[in-house]
Design a protein around this ligand. Structure first.
Ligand code: TYM
Length: 378
């Protein structure tokens, strides 16, 4: 049985079942086409159906067309360094911001990461937060339209509004939605109020790009937002980038060897992919040449298809050659290694120059300055 919560994803995830269980809607072709047409360009994660589900994306597009507008919100829990999976929603968010020219809020949940694990250490989390924020700034958001804030720092601006939210959520709800129980500390019981707050930063509809593990918060938000005078939030959900070890679960910080960290150098990337990436190949080269491999379970192929090979024709050729046995596992893995290393080198380069943009997005830019002057009380 798969388990999907904001803190744990394990087992073979059945995405159709999640859509039914969470009460979201599958992205259909028509909605995808409308999004692409308004954006004026397609995105690889859309046409490969990696973003597969949504809530009220149709209403977001309607608000955009009617000039009412919308805004974006996403986040990161700074438990340690970031892996490639964490960048996925951010890359897609950057694209949305660029295409629709909208404000974006990014929440850094140091409080959540402190209360959710017994062994979590405050100083370690603070270091991770500073480090993660630089990685996030390196994605290249619009510095004038982006506000990145750390929960423990921004709390005084949002506490009154957060109390209004907290008053609407009782323990029966947090138990049902997140599986909290008698042993759950009261910090974690209160935290969901904070993750809901940025959806109320503007009196417009909010659109949240994230993997589907974060959806339980949006379910609660949608139950209470209108009673507080705000819009129900919308969301667009991605699947999980699988760990190198196989298709079950998500790439996760708790399994260091099967994740690719943003700081992994070219040799480490090669070793990890060659050693750990689950292969759809045959036991021997002879058998593989004769019978062919299975790209559908091959993690290198899956990663290429999600993001790292944007060209449909090239991807199809990899698929067909692998299936026919003309392309060997080592060769397919090498294609991924090269792509990953190009991607990581470009990220590292942008990161070196991201400090200025980060200052703008946290304090000095137009949106950041406005947010520090706001107290979020009616
Ligand atoms: P966190 O730090 O666990 O994850 C950050 C973002 O990365 C997504 N994610 C993945 N996406 C694809 N493949 C994976 N293997 C993978 N692993 C993680 C998560 O869905 C998330 O979007 N509580 C949140 C922080 C947060 C937040 C938000 C996230 C606060 N507000 C609003 C999204 C939207 C957390 O700890 O995320």
């Amino acid at each position: 049985m798969a388990e999907v919560t904001p803190w744990e994803v394990s087992g073979e995830v059945d995405y159709d079942k999640l859509v039914a269980e969470f009460g979201t809607r599958k992205m259909d072709g028509e909605l995808g086409r409308r999004l692409v047409s308004l954006a004026g360009e397609d995105h690889v994660m859309l046409h490969r159906k990696f973003f597969f589900s949504h809530r009220d994306l149709d209403l977001v597009l309607k608000d955009y067309e009617s000039k009412k507008g919308f805004f974006l919100y996403t986040g990161r829990g700074p438990s340690g360094p970031m892996h490639i999976g964490h960048l996925i929603p951010l890359i897609f968010t950057k694209w949305l911001q660029e295409r629709f020219k909208v404000n974006l809020y990014i929440e850094i949940t140091d409080d959540e990461k402190f209360v959710c694990k017994k062994e979590a250490d405050w100083d370690h989390i603070q270091k991770a937060a500073a480090d993660n924020m630089l990685d996030i700034a390196a994605v290249g958001f619009d510095p004038e339209r982006t506000f990145i804030f750390k929960d423990s720092e921004y709390i005084k601006n949002v506490y009154p509004l957060m109390l209004k939210v907290a008053k609407k959520i009782n323990l029966t709800t947090t138990r049902a939605v997140f599986g909290f129980n008698d042993q759950t500390n009261i910090g974690l019981n209160f935290y969901p109020a904070y993750q809901i707050i940025p959806t109320l930063f503007e009196k417009k509809r909010c659109l949240i790009p994230a993997a589907i593990d974060q959806d339980p918060y949006w379910r609660i938000q949608r139950d209470i937002a209108e009673s507080l005078g705000f819009e129900k939030t919308a969301a667009i959900h991605s699947k999980f980038l699988p760990p190198l070890s196989g298709m079950a679960g998500k790439m996760s910080s708790s399994q260091a060897d099967t994740a690719i960290w943003l700081t992994d150098g070219p040799k480490v990337v090669r070793n990890k992919v060659m050693k750990y990436a689950f292969s759809g190949g045959r036991a021997t080269v002879e058998e593989h040449r004769k019978l062919g491999g299975n790209p559908d379970v091959d993690v290198a192929y899956q990663w290429l298809s999600i993001l790292f090979e944007e060209d449909d024709a090239k991807l199809k050729k990899l698929h067909d050659d692998y299936k026919a046995g003309a392309l060997l596992t080592g060769e397919l893995k090498q294609v991924l290694v090269d792509r990953l290393n190009e991607f990581l080198a470009a990220h590292a380069k942008r990161r070196e120059h991201a400090a200025h943009a980060l200052r703008q997005m946290t304090h000095e830019g137009k949106l950041a300055r406005k947010m520090w002057e706001t107290n979020h009380v009616e």
